[in-house]
Ligand binder design. Structure first.
Ligand SMILES: NC(=O)c1ccc[n+]([C@@H]2O[C@H](COP(=O)([O-])OP(=O)(O)OC[C@H]3O[C@@H](n4cnc5c(N)ncnc54)[C@H](OP(=O)(O)O)[C@@H]3O)[C@@H](O)[C@H]2O)c1
Length: 289
């Protein structure tokens, strides 16, 4: 169980968590449920997601845990899950944008977009924007977006967001999308100033989850070896849980956290013009513009 970092009771708080079937998201969902929250877990595989819900209900004794299905690489599915969530719950207090992945080879989504950028950045961008009025209407509310230290050294490739030019670098692209998560959080926080909705991002640490295991047997072996250097998923979820629940950060917004403490992100992430350009292009690519 998570050590006590001043988490408040989450009774009466409605939380929506993406990527809640595995790793950091699964522990985050469980710990918020353990604190009494109503938890909506987003998964993409019905059997796996239902099993995760059942396990959390049993482990926590909280029956207010349920699921919604969406392959978040599809914008129609993101819109569908936002609609289904609003119809079922009506209110939202905590949105945890956690789902994310790395892809060793360039892939395209059903919308014809590069997969990493679509799943890791455009999906949380679209989901958050679709739920923003609901968050604003249910303050105090929080948006937590899981970034990564992998953003260091990255820049947003505005001239090639779809990665069609040159050699595809999986972890290079992944780092760009995690930079996008952080820049999105900073731009979102500006838009939410004074609203009672906070927006923060974080690096969870190097976590022994299922991360990168979607890339075949060689990558699986590599990840198994790397796992001995990783922290466990309980530890890896601590900062997400902290940002979602602790009174210590009730009014803190627009920050990047590591180990439950604010930390400076890369110089590039603070470029306001680039943040706004990313916001605009993301609006266009998601049909929000
Ligand atoms: N592990 C690390 O060291 C590390 C470090 C820094 C940041 N992060 C970030 O932490 C977050 C969580 O990763 P994790 O380490 O917990 O990895 P994980 O165990 O692989 O969990 C990823 C979650 O995202 C879901 N997901 C993946 N693709 C999806 C899609 N197309 N539609 C809907 N859901 C999808 C997965 O669903 P399934 O269960 O169906 O696969 C799973 O629930 C990610 O944003 C990652 O970038 C991880």
């Amino acid at each position: 169980m998570q050590q006590d970092r001043g988490e408040m009771s989450m009774n009466g708080r409605i939380c929506l968590i993406t990527g809640a079937t595995s790793g950091i998201g699964l522990v985050t969902a469980r710990e918020l449920a353990a604190r009494g929250a109503t938890v909506a877990m987003v998964g993409r595989n019905e059997t796996k997601t239902r099993a995760a819900v059942e396990a959390i209900r049993q482990q926590t004794g909280n029956a207010e845990v349920d699921y919604l299905l969406a392959d978040l690489s599809s914008q129609a599915a993101v819109r569908g899950v936002a609609d289904a969530f609003q119809r079922r719950y009506g209110a939202l207090h905590v949105l945890v944008n956690n789902a994310g992945a790395v892809f060793m080879r360039r892939q395209q989504t059903a919308d014809g977009l590069e997969m990493t950028f679509a799943l890791n950045h455009l999906a949380p961008f679209l989901l958050t924007n679709l739920l923003l009025d609901t968050l604003r209407a249910n303050t105090p509310a929080r948006v937590v977006t899981v970034g990564s230290v992998a953003h260091n050294g990255a820049h947003i490739p505005f001239d090639d967001l779809q990665q069609t030019k040159g050699r595809y670098s999986a972890f290079g692209v992944y780092g760009q999308t995690k930079l996008a998560n952080i820049m999105f959080t900073y731009a979102l926080s500006r838009r939410l100033e004074g609203s009672g909705v906070t927006a923060n991002t974080l690096h969870p640490g190097f976590v022994g989850s299922n991360f990168a295991r979607n890339n075949g047997p060689v990558m699986n072996v590599a990840m198994s070896l790397a796992r001995s250097f990783a922290i466990n998923v309980e530890k890896g979820a601590e900062t997400s849980i902290y940002l979602a629940s602790s009174p210590e950060v009730a009014t803190v917004s627009g920050q990047y956290f590591y180990q439950c403490k604010p930390k400076r992100s890369s110089q590039a992430s603070y470029d306001v013009a680039a943040q706004e350009r990313l916001w605009q292009v993301s609006e266009q690519l998601t049909g929000l513009a």
